[in-house]
Design a binder for this molecule. Structure first.
Ligand code: CA
Ligand code: CA
Length: 117
């Protein structure tokens, strides 16, 4: 399983500068980790598919929270920070580059490309 670039890092930075990083207690994550896949699938892909409840290949805000929760359960460091510090909305707005209210796979990849250097 490849390790993921810290594509959520800018969200963390924004959150800290916005002063809301320590606003509240962590939200309990009730989601389960991705099931063992029959074929190799990285954590991000598996989490995306699991989180995309209506299977439109886009994550709306609630689905995005699930997605982050799944990544956090899968020991994704940035996602664990976002989850622990409740930076979901900040992370969502950072990742939703075209501001259409959804985070799609292309935007996730762009985030990795920009911040994974
Ligand atoms: Ca969806
Ligand atoms: Ca978008």
């Amino acid at each position: 399983m490849r390790s993921l670039p810290a594509f959520i890092l800018p969200a963390l930075i924004c959150g800290f500068y916005a002063g809301n990083a320590f606003a509240s207690e962590p939200v309990p994550v009730s989601v389960e980790p991705p099931a063992e896949a029959q074929e190799p699938m990285d954590l991000e892909t598996a989490s995306f598919i699991t989180a995309d409840a209506d299977a439109d290949l886009k994550l709306e805000y609630e689905e995005f929270r699930t997605f982050i929760g799944l990544l956090a359960v899968g020991d994704h460091k940035s996602a664990k920070w976002v989850s622990a510090l409740r930076l979901y909305s900040t992370a969502f707005s950072v990742m939703d580059k075209n501001k259409d209210g959804f985070v799609d796979p292309d935007e996730l990849r762009e985030g990795e490309a920009e911040h994974g250097k």
